[in-house]
Ligand binder design. Structure first.
Ligand code: CP3
Length: 342
């Protein structure tokens, strides 16, 4: 294996590190001119089907910004066609599902994934990156059942998740059938990513903050417990992230995960004050990266100072890089994080 800088893996494990490691959600993507140029020719799925090209896109932010980890370029929607979901990523909108799940019969029809057969290019890309190209660890990922189900049921992005919640409340048996199928897919798919060389896994439950704590406990937590219990023996750090989910942080801290990813709504100090003991990842509001450098610097130092109160902090944004954030800012920010935390 080529990789040599394992600082971020130490931090994920809760160990003390020489400096605060950093990576950015959506670091590979539309904020980069090289990527935008590729997108004139290829769709996201077309890029991910070509290991050389996909590895190049994954490497770009590592080479340009000096971040401490790469995240595999693909989408949380990438494994869904294998189980029978007809998904398209529409420019400026996001994932659109052409055969939304409406009822129990639709759920029963969903198949299972055989990762190396259904999406072999994902693992070819991982092998290429981790054996030959990367000097930092590669983070693999999957969407979590609620977030995936929300797209599958709504048919696309949603503000209120009405159809999703309505299925959950009115037919719990069907709901758990769907959760179980998506959990099986996630476990199998993540195991294959680890076997191919992913050194940490982030589970994106981006939209689960739409649920209150009681419903999270009843309808989501059991399936998340199963996913993480089945993945723990793989021996790689497991990170859980969601947006607007501060009310669920206590529930997450009980899960068999290694790292809790925070969005920008709750500070690291607040998380510690509420008793969260796990390593924390986060949490600069991405919008701040559009402000003057003096503001960026002040807010970044504040987060680093808070993170220093406890051994393990991994710097990240509170959500993904948006297309209007300049690559120069991300590079300068990475250097600031490394220099200031040394
Ligand atoms: C909810 C979610 C999705 N996808 C993802 C999540 C979880 C993280 C989050 O909460 O943001 C995760 C994701 N999507 C993508 C990555 C690549 C790796 C990286 O983070 O650099 C990752 C980790 C590529 C992508 N996935 C997508 C893009 C942008 C469009 C493109 O370049 O084709 C990229 C780079 C499309 C996509 N796919 C999805 C959305 C909401 C969008 C954006 C819609 C838009 O604003 O245009 C679903």
């Amino acid at each position: 294996m080529k990789e040599s800088n394992d600082t971020i893996l130490k931090a994920f494990r809760g160990e003390e590190t020489d400096y605060t490691p950093v990576w950015f959600m959506r670091q590979a993507g539309r904020s980069q001119p090289e990527y935008r140029k590729l997108k004139e020719k290829y769709s996201l799925f077309e890029i991910t089907h070509q290991p050389e090209l996909c590895a190049y896109v994954t490497r770009l932010p590592v080479e340009q910004y000096g971040v401490d980890a790469a995240i595999l370029y693909k989408d949380i929607m990438s494994p869904l066609p294998a189980i029978g979901v007809d998904v398209e990523i529409k420019k400026g909108i996001g994932p659109i599902i052409h055969n939304p799940v409406k009822n129990r019969a639709d759920i029963a029809k969903l198949g299972t994934i055989e990762p190396e057969v259904d999406v072999p290019y994902v693992f070819d890309t991982i092998r290429l990156l981790t054996r030959e190209q990367l000097s930092v660890p590669l983070i693999g990922f999957s969407g979590a059942p609620f977030t995936l189900a929300s797209y599958m049921i709504e048919g696309g992005p949603s503000k209120n998740y009405n159809k999703t919640k309505s299925l959950m409340y009115s037919d719990p048996e069907a709901w758990f059938m769907l959760m179980d199928k998506l959990a099986d897919m996630t476990i199998t798919y993540v195991r294959s990513q680890i076997a191919a060389g992913a050194r940490a896994i982030q589970i994106f439950d981006s939209w689960v903050g739409a649920l209150n704590e009681t419903d999270y406990r009843a309808f989501i937590k059991p399936v998340m417990e199963r996913i993480f219990n089945e993945l723990q023996p793989e021996g790689v750090p497991l990170i859980l992230f969601g947006v607007g989910a501060r009310h669920l942080a206590g529930q997450w801290d009980d899960l068999p995960i290694d790292v809790l990813g925070l969005d920008w709504r709750m500070s690291i100090t607040e998380a510690r004050e509420m008793g969260i003991t796990k390593p924390l990842q986060g949490n600069l509001d991405p919008s701040i990266l559009l402000a003057d450098w003096s503001v960026i610097e002040e807010r970044t130092k504040q987060i680093l100072d808070e993170g220093r109160q406890h051994p393990a902090h991994i710097f990240n944004l509170g959500h993904g890089v948006t297309p209007d954030i300049s690559p120069e800012t991300l590079k300068r920010l990475t250097h600031l994080i490394h220099d200031y935390s040394k």
